[in-house]
Unconditional design. Structure first.
Length: 174
C-alpha cells in the first residue's frame, strides 16, 4: 500500500498474513486520515473547476502562483521545479504546456548565460488572477468557511508544530 492509503486501525489480520508493523494509534490514524481526505477532496475539486473554467489544472496553477511572487515574475527552472517538488522532466513538461498556452515564457538566464529562466507572461498573470478567484472560492467553500477565526489560528499553529517551517518558511518545500 502507498503512504497515502489509510487502513483502519486494528483491521483484522487474515490467517497467514503478518500483522501490521507498528500500527497507528486511533488518534494518529484520525489525524492522518482526516488530512488525506481533506487534501484529496479539495485538490480534486480545485483541479476539476480550474480545468473547466480556466483551461488549466491545479498543477499548472501551482507553477503559476509560484512565479507570481519573485521580482519580475521569473525564476530559474531548476528552482521552480524544487519549489513545486517536481523532477527536472516533470517541471519541463509543465513549463512546456504553459508556454504553449501563452501563460509562461522561457529564455536563457542572464545570470549564467546557459540555464533556463521561466516567467509569467502578461496573459499568464491575468489568467492566474482570474483562476485565483476560483481557487479561493473552492478552498473557502470546502474547508475554510467551516472554521472560525480561532480554529484557523489553531490549525496554522498545529501545522507549524507538526512540521516547523510549514507556515513560517518563506519558500516551500522547506
Amino acid at each position: 500500500m502507498s503512504s497515502n492509503s489509510a487502513v483502519e486501525p486494528d483491521a483484522p489480520v487474515r490467517a497467514g498474513e503478518p500483522p501490521e508493523p507498528d500500527p497507528f494509534t486511533a488518534e494518529e490514524f484520525g489525524a492522518w486520515r482526516g488530512m488525506l481526505r481533506i487534501h484529496s477532496t479539495v485538490f480534486r475539486e480545485l483541479d476539476r473547476q480550474l480545468l473547466a473554467k480556466h483551461g488549466f489544472g491545479i498543477d499548472a496553477y501551482g507553477v503559476m502562483v509560484t512565479l507570481v511572487s519573485p521580482p519580475a515574475h521569473t525564476m530559474p527552472i531548476g528552482e521552480l521545479g524544487q519549489r513545486r517538488n517536481l523532477s527536472p522532466s516533470g517541471i519541463s513538461r509543465s513549463v512546456d504546456r504553459l508556454v504553449k498556452l501563452g501563460l509562461l515564457e522561457r529564455g536563457v538566464n542572464p545570470d549564467d548565460g546557459r540555464s533556463l529562466l521561466v516567467g509569467l507572461t502578461a496573459d499568464g498573470i491575468r489568467r492566474l488572477r482570474e483562476a485565483q478567484v476560483t481557487h479561493h472560492r473552492i478552498v473557502r467553500e470546502l474547508l475554510l468557511s467551516h472554521l472560525d477565526h480561532h480554529d484557523l489560528k489553531i490549525l496554522g499553529e498545529i501545522w507549524e508544530k507538526a512540521m516547523p517551517g510549514a507556515l513560517s518558511s518563506p519558500t516551500w518545500p522547506l
